[in-house]
Design a protein around this ligand. Sequence first.
Ligand code: FUB
Length: 448
Amino acid sequence: MKNYKSLLFIVFAFGITSLSAQNPIVRDQFSADPTARVFNGKVYVFPSHDIPTPAKKPGRKDWFCMEDYHVFSSTNLTDWKDHGMIVSQNKVKWVDSTSYSMWAPDCIERNGKYYFYFPANKNSTDPNGKKGFGIGVAIADQPEGPYIPQSEPIQGVNGIDPNVFIDKDGQAYLYWAQGNISVAKLKDNMIELASEPQVIDNLPQKGLKEGPFMFERNGIYYLTIPHVENNIERLEYAIGNNPMGPFKMAGVVMDESPLNCWTNHQSFVQYKGQWYLFYHQDAYSPKFDKNRSISIDSLFFNTDGSIRKVIPTYRGVGLTSATENIQLDRYSKLSKNGASIAFIDTVNTFAGWKTILKTPKAWVQYNSVDFGNKKFTSVEVKAQSVNGGIVQIRLDKVDGPLLAEISIPKGNDWSTLDTKVSKTQNGVHHLIVTLKDSPVEIDWIRFK
Ligand code: FUB
């Protein structure tokens, strides 16, 4: 409830009227490996940018394929603005521009400059005769860019998944992965190491570890990693009292993906008093898990500082305005029987999902719809029903106040129906849509 109140505060304080808090948060392109940061009162997300493998790409076609980075920002964690491409493999001198290997990045602010760290395959061997992954830095005056890439990667670092943490005393640390997780201090210029790389020990010996993300809370340093304990990655964390360790494994933040995405990749951010976990799954690409999509869910700590496990949701965070298309398929709860979701278009999955209510009494619940203080007189429903069916919309509970009963005409096409509603209630409510008789498919509903 506290969370809803702070979101209501955001709505009123910033005059945002249209919120659509649903997972995944980027819905027109693939996105992965999200690093979220708060800069100048906004949340910025720096993800990787997965693309379907182009025919011209040499080597494996069934592998990660990433040629550039975009940055996104939001003031409410629900409406995200894409600021466009900030760094491309074609514009960095040291990167092999045929490698499509721009993997998980990070970005951090220091003295008014924004340092964007990214891994990529090098286009030549280094003085030690090594090619492989280097980690580069691109620098900007604003989080949105433009970013100017350095002409060389950071010397002395081979690996992926850079993460930078600046401690309270101003010392910056670079973490990265290469089988193990390594750390080194960074000089104040943020582009050179200030200490020898050190492998962090006491992390699990067995199973791939990658994607380090460090944060500090109440004097505890949390080193978080995706780790393959079983067959695919899950998010785990270790704690210590120093950014360089020693660390002790402390638990699981998120279990293996229910969608069976082999990778996951995390960042943690506190925004307006609430902690959030950013992560990815393969929501729009269930058959090819190298085309991923980023999501957010709320994160909570126990009083001893341990992290409560996060269960990935479709609903995500925040409020949804009653006046916008409420995508019930991003549900909070579904009845055990007779309710499911499916892609609207299995080829163009970015068209989203539909909710299928098949058997009488099947229902779907969508939480935290904001009716504000307006009066609503009707509800629009985009739906279809082969035999013609009836759904009821109720508030807060399966047997809560009935807002409307809607008859979906018989047919094989989507239609948008406008039905009168009995008095809606002000404020934030959950919606429950229940089937009365023959099967119905619903794309969205919205109040007018
Ligand atoms: O996105 C490519 C790689 O997959 C990242 O660098 C890893 O962390 C994993 O998410």
